[in-house]
Design a protein. Structure first.
Length: 361
């Protein structure tokens, strides 16, 4: 028994020493980050965030990981470390579709880390506006759900916005039923944003057919309201449950187990090629037979894969549409640039919305 306790004490002493060294090195990294910030200031550099450099560091961390910790954990840990170091230089101001506790809030934290200045906005339009006028350095908005499809408001904003898409992130959506009630039969109302409600349609019909479904402006607002009422529940994520102190009565309500939402990061920066990129464009052609085929034909001829196409009313004439396309590759890739030039000739409107690294879950 004595030998056992002595060995535990020895190993814990080693860990204490390692922890001291980690703290020393983390502090050293932070001081160097501050020094980089001073150099940037003296050079008159306005943008302190270097996403290419950040991506390079994260890739190196995963490639050089000796184990036993998984690379995904180390990537997350380093992202938070870099986020905190960047905040010592200049905190990023990030607008997102709020309020605090929404899935867009979680997506923003996943992409930028927690050491940013969050700017929750009441609508997608306000996220665009704050980013366009410079009140926010970046904006984060939802664009597509794997179950319910594209977010039309986000697409429509690009018809007039000068912003670029400079990043994307994917978030696996797990819906939970939050309530202070302890049994389903006690719940008379379920508050939810229409999107989560649609994604949990079958679960609600099976488990809460008697409950009234009440629309809310966001899942966070649904939790806020439900927390104040008896016999009420809300559909939201784990982050919202923790934020508002609401118990989780049931988990994984979503009808599709792989339910995932895609978010775009908006800004004025243009991203450099990484070799793992996609490009989003919008285009419109004359309303004549064969024009869509002529518009898309250069992609096929140049061997460029189109991963998404969506049509939206152009708002410039009756039955006139614009097409939103995602293609593999970067706008600076020679083959992509050549195909785009040909597509412009077949378009009455052609706009590259941005090239950015493909996101992974």
């Amino acid at each position: 028994m004595a030998n056992h306790e002595e060995e535990l004490a020895r190993l814990r002493g080693i860990i204490d020493g390692v922890d001291e060294e980690i703290l020393r090195l983390v502090s050293l990294r932070a001081r160097h980050a501050q020094a980089i910030g001073e150099v940037k200031k003296s050079a008159g550099q306005l943008s302190f965030w270097n996403p290419e450099r950040e991506a390079e560091v994260l890739q190196k961390v995963e490639a050089q990981n000796p184990g036993p910790l998984p690379g995904k954990f180390l990537r997350r840990w380093y992202l938070e470390l870099m986020s905190a170091c960047l905040a010592l230089e200049k905190p990023l101001r990030v607008a997102y579709l709020g309020p605090e506790g929404t899935y867009t809030h979680v997506a923003m934290l996943k992409y930028f880390g927690a050491s940013v200045k969050p700017l929750p906005e009441v609508s997608i339009g306000e996220v665009f506006r704050k980013t366009e006028c410079g009140e926010a350095d970046f904006g984060v908005v939802p664009v597509e759900n794997s179950t319910e499809g594209m977010i039309s408001h986000t697409l429509d904003m690009f018809l007039s916005s000068p912003l670029s898409i400079c990043g994307e992130t994917l978030l696996r959506i797990n819906h939970h039923l939050l309530s202070r009630e302890t049994a389903f039969e006690n719940i008379a109302r379920v508050y939810s944003h229409p999107q989560p409600q649609a994604q949990c349609r079958h679960w609600l019909e099976q488990h809460l057919p008697h409950a009234e479904r009440v629309a809310a402006s966001s899942n966070a607002e649904a939790v806020r309201v439900a927390a104040k009422e008896a016999k009420a529940a809300a559909i939201a994520g784990k982050h919202a449950a923790e934020l508002y102190g609401m118990p989780i009565l049931a988990s994984h309500l979503e009808d599709e187990p792989n339910n995932t939402t895609r978010f775009w990061v908006l800004g004025t920066q243009r991203r450099k090629p990484t070799g793992q990129d996609k490009t989003s464009v919008l285009a419109s052609s004359l309303d004549q037979p064969g024009t869509l085929m002529r518009l898309l034909e250069p992609l096929a001829r140049h061997g460029i894969s189109m991963t998404k196409i969506e049509s939206r009313p152009s708002k410039r004439g009756l039955w006139n549409y614009v097409f939103f396309l995602d293609v593999e590759g970067h706008m600076e890739d020679a083959v992509v640039a050549e195909a785009f030039e040909e597509m412009k000739k077949a378009s009455i409107l052609f706009k590259v919305l941005g090239s950015y690294p493909r996101a992974q879950l």
